[in-house]
Design a protein around this ligand. Structure first.
Ligand code: NAG
Ligand code: NAG
Length: 480
């Protein structure tokens, strides 16, 4: 028995080996940051400063018996709500889908159409305190990118008075005479935030997956609204002019937060020239996962001189496998300059930390949390994103600290992976330490575990990777 075990350990294991070469002459833009949308989880838990420490700092945070490496997110998306309980001037009230939970009804600031004056009784600025609080906690911890986004126009701007969508889901729900009012709503929040909350929104987004036909009011479980592409082309110039008239011409308009890469390409291509000119950035969601032509969207958007963000990604795979796979596909093909997880706290699998917004309970972090930490704690704003030379490698370089960051995953059987830095004018120092961190993709195992056991040898370094392990490397003293 003893002998067999020993023999098994000593037998040489046949291993594949691969080398990837980092290309320092490539650049896919300057990294802007990592983020999360606020909305539901922040409405439920927005007073908890420890959560802000976990998500918006890179400190080590003790929480519910767990010791977590803070994710250091610097981007938050603030959801302009569409719900209120008051009567409108016609005496009507909001139509509520029977399937929407209160935790997904986000408070609207604009209560009725009697006045566009934010200091009038048509507006309430005391609502949505928790989401606003989490936004402020994030900003206080260094979040510098703040996007205002809408899932639906306020209910009383909608044909069926239901902010979960039109009755068939595939037709516009924003009344055509309220195209400008939707823009007034968002621009007024942006102005009020600048004046009264000290919050300068980076960008404003008026749509959320607008080409979808699944925003069906009577059966909806969240706020949502279909917009035809032609309607988007009408609303965007209104939003530009409402922002400009409030002194917010430097606030970017982003669009159209479509569900998939392919729909985003079609929508962007279908906007009028005037609407396109008013957009500063294309936002796309990552719900096409392993499918879709990320490369075409990137090429169209960059040819138009616009920035590109993956502004919403999520799925129910708590192992981190889908996240690692799709995020690396984004780096290799889409080249966003920022990336946003939908809800950091959510039901099992979807949440990086499991939580129940209705019961207001928080459970355990998933392996996915630590997989994301491998990226967010090392690929930092200001770094240049480079071609990592393979389908399993992401690389980023900081000219100011002369640090090269490499994130790589091994989906295959255990093998040695080598990273060739010979194309750098200075590929680090021979013999120098390459710090590394590793997470096991799965349901247990290493969680962002640090190692000091890897060293540069000549112009490369090599590491033994077990299967389904993701690692981050930091190489110092690197020059392009
Ligand atoms: C609201 O603001 C407007 C414009 O600054 C001002 O003229 C008006 O008197 C204010 N109304 C109230 C109720 O404070
Ligand atoms: C690795 O070395 C660095 C630099 O000397 C040090 O700060 C860090 O704590 C070490 N980490 C481990 C896991 O030993």
């Amino acid at each position: 028995m003893h002998f067999l075990t020993l023999a098994a350990i000593l037998l040489p294991v046949a291993k594949a080996a691969e080398t990837t070469t980092i290309n320092p002459s490539s650049t896919f833009g300057t990294w802007e940051g990592w983020g999360t949308s606020l909305a539901w989880w922040a409405k439920a838990f927005g007073t908890q400063t420890t959560l802000a420490d976990i998500f918006f700092t890179r400190n080590t945070v003790n929480f519910n018996g767990f010791v977590l490496p803070g994710l250091g997110l610097n981007l938050v998306r603030y959801n302009a709500g569409a719900c209120s309980t008051n009567k409108d001037p016609d005496g009507d009230t909001m139509v509520v889908s029977p399937d929407i939970t209160a935790s997904r009804q986000m408070d609207a600031f604009w209560l009725d159409w009697n006045s566009i004056q934010p200091n009038s009784s048509s507006w309430s600025w005391t609502v949505d305190a928790n989401q606003r609080n989490m936004m402020q906690l994030a900003i206080a911890r260094g979040a510098n990118l703040v996007e205002l986004f809408s899932n639906s126009p306020v209910w009383w701007m909608c044909y069926n008075l239901n902010p979960s969508g039109s009755n068939d889901g595939s037709s516009d729900n924003l009344e055509s005479w309220n195209w400008d009012q939707h823009a007034v709503y968002l621009a007024t929040i942006a102005e009020f935030a600048a004046t009264n909350w000290g919050v300068k929104f980076t960008s404003v987004e008026a749509f959320n997956e607008p080409s979808a036909s699944y925003w069906v009011g009577p059966t909806g479980t969240q706020e949502g609204c279909h917009f035809d592409v032609s309607t988007m082309s009408n609303v965007i110039p209104f939003l530009r002019s409402e922002l400009n008239s409030r002194g917010l011409s430097s606030v970017i308009i982003s669009a159209s937060d479509e569900e998939t890469y392919d729909i985003a390409t079609t929508t962007f291509g279908g906007l009028t020239a005037a609407a396109k000119a008013d957009i500063g950035r294309v936002n796309v969601h990552g719900y096409q996962y392993g499918g879709g032509r990320r490369d075409i969207l990137y090429s169209d958007v960059s040819a138009a001189g616009k920035k590109l963000w993956n502004s919403e990604y999520g799925e129910g795979d708590g192992t981190g496998s889908m996240l690692a796979s799709n995020l690396i596909l984004d780096f290799v093909w889409l080249h966003p300059t920022a990336w946003t997880y939908w809800q950091v706290l959510d039901g099992a699998g979807w949440g990086l930390i499991t939580a129940d917004n209705n019961a207001k309970t928080i459970g355990a972090p998933s392996q996915k949390y630590f997989v994301l930490a491998q990226f967010t704690r090392h690929i930092l704003p200001g770094m240049t994103i480079m071609d990592g030379g393979s389908s399993y490698t992401v690389s980023a370089y900081s000219a100011s600290t002369k640090t090269l960051v490499i994130v790589a995953v091994n989906w295959d059987a255990a093998q040695v992976l080598s990273f060739d830095l010979s194309k750098f004018s200075k590929p680090g120092v021979n013999g120098a330490l390459v710090q590394r961190w590793a997470t096991q993709i799965g349901s247990s195992g290493m969680q962002y575990t640090a190692f000091n056991d890897t060293f540069i040898s000549g112009t490369q370094f090599s590491v033994n990777f077990a299967q389904n392990v993701i690692m981050t490397f930091q190489v110092q003293n690197v020059s392009i």
